[in-house]
Design a protein around this ligand. Sequence first.
Ligand SMILES: O=C[C@H](O)[C@H](O)COP(=O)(O)O
Ligand SMILES: C=C(OP(=O)(O)O)C(=O)O
Length: 379
Amino acid sequence: MTVLRGPDSSEDRAQLGSQAVLPETVDVNIRQLDPIPAPRAFINELPITHDVIRLVQDSRRQISDVLHGRDDRLLVIVGPCSIHDPKAAKDYANRLGELKSQLSDDLLIVMRVYFEKPRTTIGWKGLINDPDLDGTFNIRKGMWLARRILLDVADQGLPAATEWLDPITPQYLCDLVSWGAIGARNTESQVHRELASGMSMPIGFKNSTDGNVKAAADSCFASANEHHFLSINLDGHVIAAETKGNPDCHVILRGSNHGPNYSAESVAEALEALRNMHVGEAASHGVVIDAAHGNSGKNEIREAEVVEQLATRIANGEPGISGIMMESFIEGGHQDPAPLGQLVYGRSVTDRCIAWPRTEELLRKLASAVRMRRNRLSE
Ligand SMILES: O=C[C@H](O)[C@H](O)COP(=O)(O)O
Ligand SMILES: C=C(OP(=O)(O)O)C(=O)O
């Protein structure tokens, strides 16, 4: 685990200090700058295998096919609100991987493997930021663990979904990720739209927390175009990136502070607006509906009911629903973040999650709904 041991950060700090003659106008509010090895060091230490390359490429292609309507399955992005325990993440992936193989004719299952949490104000910001959940903020360790967990998830034959929050993180992890989200709090951010335009996987933009779907639609349009912006390369050098534009951006309806937006009317309205805005084929074809967050008032009982209602609508042949997102973990509900030894195993430390047995039941219902939709359309 060389990236965890070295290079020694105190030496690096001394070197940084000696090279720089800093005027008193900088670093006024900085306490510490701790160097972290460049992405390539992590990738060399935890490399992607040939099998995982194939899994990621195939999954990205299949997700794109569902989003464009070339594959009649339902995309299902399901898993914990956030990952905090590598063992529980692997355990969950093992269960979900088994179900994915059983339901693969009808559902394209992708596991939520979320390492970065956008907070409304303050709070635990995820495994990368504070992997020991104790305020020691060992980001170097968090990044190492995130790569390790993504490899473990892929070992179960499961594609991974994550939210891209910090614009530097993707260089460390993106080779292992098949689907990405830009969250409700960042959907209007130019930085995230630029990022999405160059990402190698389909990207879903959430509607904003106040319910604005146009912001997400604008994002799909903006990210389908090429951009030029500052970034870093795999060696950690600052670069000017030139992107081609991402053809697989789409909207995620996640409800809002004012209530849900998963009704048939909300979907039809969003799709009509998207088509009028010429946002691209994937975004115009259908939306992903997030059954959690504003669509369930962050209540997992309600969230499961939303999934059941969506299953009925899909079975009845309602068009425009490309995918569903669910927050689910081994145990239901949630608990306050704390160091691992003090936590209930397999329970969320962020938003409330649906327990595994109920998740399994819901996934089987969704698969059967897709079969009914298929039969109905072929009649
Ligand atoms: O999905 C997770 C949360 O809803 C999101 O990170 C915001 O959480 P907060 O409002 O508790 O900060
Ligand atoms: C933070 C999330 O969602 P949103 O951006 O919709 O709040 C999430 O999906 O974890």
